[in-house]
Design a protein around this ligand. Structure first.
Ligand code: ATP
Ligand code: MG
Length: 405
């Protein structure tokens, strides 16, 4: 079937009152970005629906790209035809033959804004329903909760038919909630945290601390690859690396080992906070989950969080590891995350980190360090690269080529 347009239904944004226009234009920008390989597609965002005119682009490929976009509740491929009774009946029958599976029921639901059209909605329902029923032996009609709803709409300019509804990703359009800095390690939790923040409309930039020569090139690549996995939801993501070796060496030299981890986290947070200010973000996002490790007790968080008043969003705070892993598998970050490359924390991991660090002690120990100088030098070494959504497909392609070799 050659579809002419995709009709997109908005998710929660329809409840957002006067912000609605902003949400719709953000969603339109995100859709446009996700469809940049389909230059002929034209996007029309209306109050209740968004219409994508395909102009001969492939409907299946376009729909695949719509699936990860937050802010879309569902979408349907639509065919636009002449307002002519035989044409409407035949096309409806042909469409139904394509989607129907043995045992499924159907009904026809019609609307008509062209009141001059020869059939009213009752005629449309009856005539189109009969054409399908007579043309497809074994198909049953069911008025309440049918498996397939054939929607027929007759407007001034043409008739529109659709009978498939595909669920979208839900959530809010990325960017509609503002921007946050995602503290992205190479682990399982932080990419999931980033995904969940994006689902609620947050645009993310990834901040990654690394410690060459103690950490390898592969460990950095792993963080980049994880970022690539987050691009289908947003398009491009800024990936910001912060050199962290000097700070870690200095902490190891000056601070009792029970407090390494607390002080390390405080430095990460201070630096992320400064980057947030530069990049005009509104929040910091991390992958902390209560009780998972020593740095993630409430005592630890209190001692670490003290360096900033910026809101810290912790989307996985109350999740069990198994729940986090389920999402990591869904977004395809799990396999990457469990690759055993050491990150900056594993290398400088203290033998026995304090699970109940005391804030007064932390502050006292930090007096031994040149905090401002260390922060300044780390900031001077920051690098930013844009990870593009097309990298996702490039990566897939290299995997496929590898398979062939
Ligand atoms: P993850 O699976 O995300 O690595 P984790 O369970 O290993 O988390 P921690 O190592 O305690 O937990 O880190 C807690 C959070 O601190 C991480 O989820 C991440 O947001 C941030 N973080 C840790 N290491 C780094 C790093 N090298 N770069 C950026 N952020 C980091
Ligand atoms: Mg980690």
């Amino acid at each position: 079937m050659k579809y002419t347009e995709i009709m997109v239904r908005y998710g929660e944004l329809s409840t957002k009152g006067k912000n609605r226009r902003l949400f719709i234009s953000q969603l339109a920008r995100n859709v446009k970005q996700a469809l940049h390989e389909f230059p002929e597609v034209k996007i029309r965002g209306e109050r209740d629906r968004m219409h994508l005119m395909l102009n001969d682009e492939d409907s299946h490929e376009v729909m695949d790209r719509l699936k990860p976009i937050f802010g879309i509740q569902s979408f349907s491929p639509v065919i636009k035809i002449e307002k002519e009774t035989e044409m409407i009946k035949n096309t409806a029958l042909e469409m139904m033959k394509e989607v129907w599976k043995e045992g499924q029921t159907f009904k026809v639901k019609s609307r008509r804004s062209d009141k001059e059209f020869v059939w009213d909605t009752n005629d449309l329902n009856r005539e189109v329903g009969a054409a399908i029923f007579n043309g497809m032996p074994g198909i049953e009609v069911k008025m309440v909760k049918p498996d397939i709803r054939m929607e027929v709409e007759v407007r001034q300019e043409a008739a529109y038919l659709s009978c498939e509804t595909i669920f979208g990703a839900g959530g809010l359009p990325v960017g509609s909630s503002g921007k946050g800095m995602l503290m992205l390690s190479g682990g399982i939790d932080s990419p999931v945290a980033g995904y969940l923040a994006m689902k609620r409309g947050v645009e993310v930039e990834a901040v990654h601390f690394f410690s060459p020569p103690y950490t390898s090139e592969q460990s950095l690549q792993k963080a980049k690859d994880l970022t690539v996995k987050l691009t289908p939801y947003v398009g491009n993501i800024q990936f910001i690396t912060v050199p962290f070796a000097e700070i870690q060496e200095e902490i190891k030299r000056q601070i009792p080992s029970g407090y390494w981890m607390t002080v390390t986290r405080r430095f990460m947070l201070r630096l992320t906070e400064l980057i947030r200010q530069q990049r005009k973000g509104l929040a910091i996002i991390n992958g902390e989950s209560l009780g998972q490790v020593a740095s993630q007790t409430m005592h630890s968080m209190l001692a670490i969080n003290e360096v900033t008043t910026t809101p810290i969003i912790r989307p996985v705070i109350a999740m069990d590891k198994s729940e986090i892993i389920k999402i990591a598998e869904k977004i395809d970050t799990f396999e990457l995350a469990i690759q055993p490359f050491e990150d900056c924390c594993t290398i400088f991991a203290p033998p026995e980190p304090k699970t109940k660090p005391k804030l007064e002690k932390v502050i006292d120990y930090e007096k031994r360090l040149d905090v401002d100088g260390l922060i300044k030098r780390a900031l001077e070494g920051i690098l930013m690269t844009e990870i593009k959504s097309t990298d996702q497909f490039l990566n897939q392609m290299t995997e496929e080529v590898d398979d062939l070799l």
